[in-house]
Design a protein around this ligand. Structure first.
Ligand code: DQA
Length: 146
């Protein structure tokens, strides 16, 4: 099983960026732990991060070639990018949306996800462990267990 992890804008700043909201771990540390978890779960992950919408769209398209699913934290694009939503709708892979923070307990503009309707689910508010929860959920989904 091969899963693509895609992180969007400003997530390269994790560890330095608003630590009271996003925690003290860097993206490299979070992805390092996720890699170990993935190994234990018998799954391979490939990670990409970009601050550019088009890069996210290209990776979503490419994932269909050799991946089984996508875990996506699209950052602020979550709230308004119809282009990313259309990219997800254009592929047949399951996508899980992840947010470190609880987007529903923050500013009202964060309460809307334009991606959620085309994702299989969302994990929000559990910090970096959210990626691991998403990976477990995705694996179960792919095995037909949920
Ligand atoms: C985020 C939440 C978004 O609202 C925000 O723009 C981010 C990070 C999160 O992981 O909590 O960049 O996706």
């Amino acid at each position: 099983m091969k899963v693509m992890i895609i992180n969007g804008p400003n997530l390269n700043r994790l560890g330095k960026r608003e630590p009271a909201i996003y925690g003290h771990e860097s993206l490299d540390q979070i992805m390092g732990s996720l890699s170990q978890q993935a190994n234990e779960l018998g799954c391979e992950i490939e990670h990409h991060q970009s601050n550019h919408e088009g890069d996210l769209i290209d990776w979503i398209h490419h994932a269909e070639e050799e991946h089984d699913g996508i875990i996506l934290n699209a950052g602020a694009f979550t709230h308004y990018s119809y282009a990313i939503r259309d990219a997800i709708a254009s592929i047949s892979l399951p996508v899980i949306e992840v947010h470190l923070s609880n987007i529903y307990a923050r500013e009202s503009f964060r309460h809307t996800s334009v991606l959620l309707e085309v994702a299989i689910g969302q994990i929000s508010g559990f910090g970096s462990i959210g990626y691991e929860l998403a990976l477990r959920g995705l694996i179960n989904h792919l095995k037909g267990e949920i």
